[in-house]
Write a protein that binds this ligand. Structure first.
Ligand code: CAA
Ligand code: NDP
Length: 284
C-alpha cells in the first residue's frame, strides 16, 4: 500500500474546505478542487479566517498559518488527480454527480489511488460500482464543523479491502480524529439517527405544535444538545437535509422517512439555511 502524502479534496464548500484545512494542518499536501475559481476563493477565505482565529488565540504562529496555507494548492481541473494518493470527494449530495466524478477520477488517478467519498448517506457500494477499482473506494464521513468535530464515520463498500480500510483509519488518526467503522446502509449510523429527528422537528413546526425557538429550546435545555434541531438543520444546509431524507425514504422504502413538506418548500424557495443567509432563521 502506498503511503498517503498528497490528497485531492473535491468541493470547496462547507465540508470540503474543512477537510482541506485539517489535512493541511496535519502536514499533508492538499489539492483543493471545485468547479469555479470563485468557489475556491470562498473556501480558502473560510480556511484563512479559521487559521487567523487560531493565531489570535495564540494557538498557532503566523508562520504556522502560512505553512498550512502553503500546503494547499488550488484546482479547477479534475486532471490534477493524476498526481494524488487519495481523493476525498465532498461535492453535492447527489448520486448522479458523485458517480460522474468517480467515473472520471477512475480514468485520471493512478491505479493505487484510493477514492473516498464524504457522502452523508449515499451507498458507497453504488458509488464504487461506477469505477473499475471498487476495492479502493470507501466512505470517509467527516462531521460539520470539520475542524471541531472528532468523529469520522468510515464506511466499507461491499468490495473495499482491509488494506484500504486500514489506510483510511490510519489517516483519520493522523488527522487527530476518531474513526468509527460502520456498514454500508442508507444514512450509515449518523444520519439514520440524526436526520429523522431533524425531520420530526420540522413536522413539529409545520403542525404548529410550537414556535421554532421553543422547539430548539426544548432540545437544547431539555436534552443538552449544543444546538436545537432547526438551528442544526440550518447549519447543515436544508438542501443536504432534504437529500438525506430522500435517500433514507428511497433506500428503506419506509414512509417513516418521508421528508416534511415544509422542508421541501424551504429548499424550493432557495432558503438553504446558514449558507444562503436564510432557512428557519435569518443570518447576516
Ligand atoms: C449532515 C452530516 O452528514 C453529518 C453532520 O455533520 S451532522 C452535524 C454534526 N454537528 C453538530 O451536531 C454540531 C452541533 N453544534 C456544536 O457542536 C456547537 O454548537 C459548535 C461546535 C458548532 C459551536 O460550539 P459553541 O460552543 O456553541 O460555539 P463557540 O464557542 O463559538 O465554538 C466552540 C469552538 O469551536 C470553534 N468553531 C465553531 N464553529 C466553527 C467552524 N464553523 N469552523 C471552525 N471552528 C469552529 C470555535 O472557534 C471554538 O473554538 P475554541 O473552543 O478552540 O475557541
Ligand atoms: N453539511 C453538512 O453538515 C455535511 C455534509 N456532508 C456531505 O458533504 C458533501 C458536501 O456538503 P457541503 O459541503 O455541506 O455542501 P456545499 O453546498 O457547502 O458545498 C458543495 C461544493 O461542491 C461543489 N461542487 C458541486 N458539484 C461539483 C463538481 N462536480 N465538482 C467539484 N465541485 C462540485 C459546489 O459548487 P456549487 O456551489 O456550484 O454547487 C460547492 O462548492 C455532501 O455530500 C454532503 O452530504 C457530510 C457531512 C456533513
Amino acid at each position: 500500500m502506498m503511503k498517503i502524502q498528497k490528497i485531492m479534496v473535491i468541493g470547496a464548500g462547507q465540508m470540503g474546505s474543512g477537510i482541506a484545512q485539517v489535512c493541511a494542518q496535519s502536514g499533508f499536501q492538499v489539492v483543493l478542487n471545485d468547479l469555479k475559481d470563485e468557489f475556491l476563493d470562498r473556501g480558502l477565505g473560510v480556511i484563512t479566517k479559521n487559521l487567523t482565529r487560531q493565531v489570535d488565540k495564540g494557538r498557532m504562529t503566523e508562520a504556522d498559518k502560512d505553512q498550512v496555507l502553503a500546503n494547499i494548492t488550488r484546482s479547477t481541473n479534475l486532471q490534477d488527480a493524476s498526481s494524488v494518493d487519495l481523493v476525498i470527494e465532498a461535492a453535492v449530495e447527489n448520486m448522479e454527480i458523485k458517480t460522474k466524478i468517480f467515473e472520471q477520477l477512475d480514468e485520471i488517478a493512478p491505479k493505487e489511488t484510493i477514492l473516498a467519498s464524504n457522502t452523508s448517506s449515499l451507498p458507497i457500494t453504488e458509488i464504487a460500482a461506477a469505477t473499475k477499482r471498487p476495492e479502493k473506494v470507501i466512505g470517509m464521513h467527516f462531521m460539520n464543523p470539520v475542524p471541531v468535530m472528532k468523529l469520522v464515520e468510515i464506511i466499507r463498500g461491499l468490495a473495499t479491502t482491509d488494506e484500504v480500510y486500514q489506510a483510511i483509519e490510519d489517516l483519520t488518526k493522523a488527522l487527530s480524529k476518531v474513526p468509527v467503522e460502520v456498514n454500508d446502509f442508507p444514512g450509515f449510523v449518523s444520519n439514520r439517527v440524526l436526520m429523522p429527528m431533524i425531520n420530526e422537528a420540522v413536522y413539529t413546526l409545520y403542525e404548529g405544535v410550537a414556535t421554532k425557538e421553543a422547539i430548539d429550546d426544548v432540545m437544547k435545555l431539555g436534552m443538552n444538545h449544543p444546538m436545537g434541531p432547526l438551528t442544526l438543520a440550518d447549519f447543515i444546509g436544508l438542501d443536504t437535509c432534504l437529500y438525506i431524507m430522500e435517500i433514507l425514504h428511497e433506500g428503506f422504502g419506509d414512509d417513516k422517512y418521508r421528508p416534511c413538506p415544509l422542508l421541501r418548500k424551504y429548499v424550493k424557495a432557495g432558503w438553504l439555511g446558514k449558507k444562503t443567509g436564510r432557512g428557519f432563521y435569518t443570518y447576516e
